[in-house]
Ligand binder design. Structure first.
Ligand code: UDP
Length: 237
């Protein structure tokens, strides 16, 4: 399989078309941004770590019945994925108050929520990915009712599977962001990535942050936190 044209360059990844129909190649970058692109930097080794972590977690999810875009890891930072059209929503799943939720609702970061919270943001960089509800999604035709039902069902199931997997590894799944895609036959599958860029991972005992908040909040030890997540998930493999 060879890359043909570059289709898209985002903040953390590039996506290429290939000579095989229905297959794209994703290439993970070390570039890091936060606050809708206002803060820019680079995290050495991040691309390779996120590639491996995301593929590891998507393999786990596939085994538990969640369809994902993953086809095959090609090398350090590149993976072959099923071509999809991304549903223009960021689905945020929250177990513990942190980040924008803590700020918006005046909650202490670390407060355990009584039940899981699902939020949707409209994927529009120019608007700062605003929060939308199910009425907006319907009125703007961002996803059909049955697609949204499927997305919600998968998101909650993913939360349970990942939470149960990470806890014995000493990782608390605070919150995370998912993106879904439509395949050519119209089905919904999990796309994008699941990595320390897109999840809040806290050490269960010390509550130390092992994710992109170290970059966002200038906490230092960013590279080590990403390495620690890779190590806890995959050991020396
Ligand atoms: N998130 C993400 N991309 C975004 C916004 C959020 O991956 O564009 C993830 C983020 O890493 C966190 C979760 O979604 O795990 C919830 O983020 P939040 O809404 O608290 O926003 P933030 O505090 O990151 O601005």
């Amino acid at each position: 399989m060879i890359k043909t044209e570059q289709l898209y360059e985002g903040k953390a990844k590039k996506v290429y078309a290939t000579d095989e129909k229905g297959i794209y190649i994703v290439s993970y970058k070390d570039d890091a941004t936060a606050f809708n692109g206002l803060k820019k930097g680079s995290i050495v080794g991040k691309g390779a770590i996120n590639n491996r972590v995301s593929n590891h977690l998507m393999t786990l999810l596939e085994k538990q019945g969640i369809p994902t875009h993953l086809i095959k890891e090609l090398n350090d930072r590149e993976t072959a994925v099923k071509a999809v059209t991304i549903v223009p929503l960021e689905v945020i799943v929250r177990n513990i108050a942190a980040g924008s939720l803590a700020k918006r609702l005046g909650l202490d970061e670390g407060l355990k929520l009584s039940s899981t919270v699902l939020e949707f943001c409209y994927k529009r960089d120019d608007l700062g990915d605003p929060l939308v509800n199910e009425y907006h999604i319907k009125a703007l035709n961002l996803a059909s009712e049955s697609e949204l039902d499927q997305i919600k069902e998968y998101s909650l199931l993913i939360n349970t599977i990942l939470g149960d997997y990470l806890l014995p590894l000493g990782i608390e799944l605070v919150d995370f962001k998912l993106e879904f895609g439509r395949t050519e036959d119209g089905s919904i599958i999990l796309a994008d990535e699941i990595s320390p860029d897109t999840c809040r991972f806290w050490d269960t005992k010390t509550k130390e942050k092992l994710d992109k908040d170290r970059f966002r909040r200038d906490l230092g030890g960013v590279e080590d936190a990403y390495k620690e997540i890779l190590f806890r998930l995959m050991g020396g493999a």
